[in-house]
Design a protein around this ligand. Structure first.
Ligand code: ADP
Length: 281
């Protein structure tokens, strides 16, 4: 049982009588507290790289550095600036999502193209993160043949792309170099279809699962930052998934790995007819 906050106003209205007005302000206060938390989080996420950046500027201004040192400092400064840029970019994405109308059934995203683009991105990110290591991620994607007859998903291509690429990027970023990341697309008997991103990474303890899609919620802060995370990826995923009438499911076994899956109902999918006119099997 949560505490309930009641606001009470007394209005005298003549003859010594008083009107008592009471209002349940629990939800209002909670919304207000959430807004304050959010502003504090944003400020912190921007201020940290800004402090580092300022420190580097001062160093460059005061210390006599040789060309090599200078370029090393400039590279680190660029990294901090990039970090601020990603936070702002993700915040803008979230606020745009909140303000825009629900995606209708007039725009379609081909499953094949979606997977293809995300595969390229995932491989590039894995190559970047494991470049100085002997072992590399194993990335498994459905083949073009498997996806050829898979048709389209109703919805905004750039938004659906951001869902899949956020999930793949998380799998790659949290899974050690020797791990395996598997992306699948499966149709169920009821006509719905699910894409899933599984990894053999560290997994997530059950108590964190319900909070993962909250803005700036992170299980492992340092790993998130180190690999360029903003803490907003899953909040964006959840938003887009809901807007598209889909369902996000997260399951994880600590020490073994995680599976993030997104299921689209049959009415948001369309299959191409085969050349002979019959629907695909
Ligand atoms: P971040 O930018 O920190 O990755 P996200 O919103 O994408 O932010 O994810 C929130 C948190 O969920 C991460 O900080 C991480 O602790 C956890 N997480 C997300 N995906 C995975 C995964 N595949 N394996 C383990 N932990 C994950």
């Amino acid at each position: 049982s949560r505490p309930v906050r009641i606001s009470v106003h007394l209005h005298p209205y003549g003859n010594g009588r008083t009107l008592l007005l009471s209002r349940d302000v629990t939800a209002l206060e909670q919304a207000d507290a959430m807004r304050r938390d959010f502003v504090a989080n944003v400020s912190h996420e921007i201020r940290t790289p800004l402090t580092v950046l300022t420190g580097f500027v001062e160093t460059l201004q005061t210390l006599p550095l040789d060309a090599d040192e200078r370029s090393r400092y400039l590279a680190m400064m660029a990294q901090q600036a990039a970090r601020m840029q990603s936070v702002v970019q993700d915040l803008l994405t979230l606020s745009r999502l909140e303000g825009s109308p629900l995606p209708g059934m007039s725009e379609w995203t081909p499953v094949l193209a979606l997977m293809h683009r995300c595969e390229e991105e995932g491989r590039a990110l894995s190559a970047l993160l494991t470049q100085n290591q002997q072992r590399h991620h194993v990335l498994q994607f459905p083949s073009v043949q498997e996806l050829r007859a898979e048709g389209d998903i109703a919805g905004v291509p750039s938004e659906l792309q951001s869902v899949l690429s956020n999930l793949i990027s998380n799998a790659v970023r949290y899974t050690p170099a020797s791990g395996t990341i598997t992306v699948q697309w499966r149709r169920a008997a009821d006509g719905s279809a699910t894409f899933s991103v599984s990894d053999t990474g560290p997994g997530i303890a059950p108590e964190h699962l319900p909070r993962l899609t909250e803005r700036f919620y992170r299980v492992d802060r340092s790993r998130s930052r180190e690999t360029g995370g903003t803490g907003l990826g899953l909040a964006i995923v959840k938003h887009v998934v809901q807007r598209h009438g889909a369902v996000l499911d997260i399951s994880s076994v600590p020490g073994k790995g995680s599976v993030f899956s997104v299921t689209f109902p049959a009415n948001r999918l369309r299959c191409p007819a085969l050349p002979d006119g019959s629907p695909p099997a």
